[in-house]
Design a protein around this ligand. Structure first.
Ligand SMILES: [Zn+2]
Length: 330
């Protein structure tokens, strides 16, 4: 009797594992265990292999997930290298954009200076003197004369501003400029002498150096008539202020081309030519902005301005549009 009741009780428990389970989760048949066992036994060998394979794949995936949660030293170095390369590319791009913007701003300045030159020529029919010895008014100096045409004053000498300031200029802070503060460092120069030494007679540029005149009180021979310029569209008038030869460029004092030996002899004792040459090449990435006598602006390479010996390069300095190689000797 007792045995029968125990058996009934056991079959009752087997019949339903949990009486509170949701109906959808209940086994479909009261003999669920037997059915499951029957189902497993019915799996083929192939199906068991597939099941094992999937389980292994899941295990490997989990293991990889755990491994990727931390960087190895090599991965960290690779990331640092990639970030460094990207930063260098961005900085290089930024500096190129900045240099281009400065070159355009400088060209705009020279464009305005070139317009002022055209207005001056219209008013006077001659080019402004470097320094006109007989005038002590606002047109004595070529910068003052062009500033007068632009109605701007007092922003040229020593620390040029506005259109007289090239934004790519890096002012030297060396001992030479510390000694000669009153000389002023200019960003733009005037093709006063043409090719060669500034002390050669018969200037080929746009003005006579008034110190070279026989009598410094006798002017207006320092002026060059407009008609004396053979090809205004091919002659330099003004530009980034460099006094250059094939290997040496001094900046900030005049716009002229001569041989290296003349620059060394006539240049400025104590001037650091190595540093100024480096500054010149850095200013507009190996180029210079110039405005021609007809008012158009160009950006020739420094090599064309100061080292090229072709007729085309040499004649751009001279008002008769001839090369005048002899003026480069020695
Ligand atoms: Zn410039």
């Amino acid at each position: 009797m007792l045995r029968r009741s125990l058996k009934a009780e056991r079959s009752k428990r087997l019949e339903h594992p949990c009486s509170s389970v949701h109906p959808w989760l209940k086994p479909a048949h009261p003999d669920w265990r037997e059915n499951a066992a029957k189902k497993n036994s019915q799996l083929t060998l192939n199906q068991l292999r597939w099941r094992e394979k999937w389980i292994n794949t899941l295990i490997v995936f989990r293991l990889n997930q755990n491994r990727q949660s931390a960087f190895t030293l090599m991965e960290l170095l690779m990331i640092i290298l990639i970030v460094g390369i990207l930063a260098a590319l961005l900085l290089a791009g930024y500096s190129q954009v900045k240099a281009r913007a400065q070159r355009i701003q400088c060209a705009n300045n020279l464009n305005q200076i070139g317009l002022a030159l055209q207005e001056f020529k219209t008013d006077h029919s001659f080019y402004p003197a470097e320094v006109d010895p007989i005038r002590w008014d606002e047109e004595r100096n070529w910068r003052d004369a062009l500033g007068n045409e632009m109605s701007i004053h007092h922003n040229v000498e020593s620390y040029p501003q506005g259109v007289w300031h090239c934004p790519a200029t890096h002012r030297p802070l060396d001992s030479f400029w510390a000694l000669h503060k009153n000389w002023g460092y200019n960003d733009y120069g005037y093709n006063v002498f043409g090719l060669g030494s500034r002390f050669l007679p018969n200037s080929m540029g746009l003005a006579e150096h008034w110190f070279n005149l026989p009598n410094t009180t006798a002017q207006p021979s320092s002026r060059v008539n407009e008609a004396a310029v053979a090809d205004p569209s091919e002659m330099f008038a003004m530009g980034d202020e460099f006094f250059g030869g094939p290997d040496i460029i001094e900046d900030g004092l005049m716009l002229a081309r001569a041989s290296d030996s003349v620059i060394t002899a006539e240049g400025f004792p104590g001037y650091d030519s190595t540093q100024s040459t480096r500054r010149a090449y850095a200013r507009h990435q190996g180029k210079a902005n110039v405005v021609f006598c007809d008012g158009h602006v160009g950006s020739p390479p420094l090599k064309f301005l100061f080292a090229d010996l072709s007729d085309e390069a040499l004649s751009c300095w001279n008002r008769d549009h001839l090369p005048h190689r002899e003026r480069l000797s020695p």
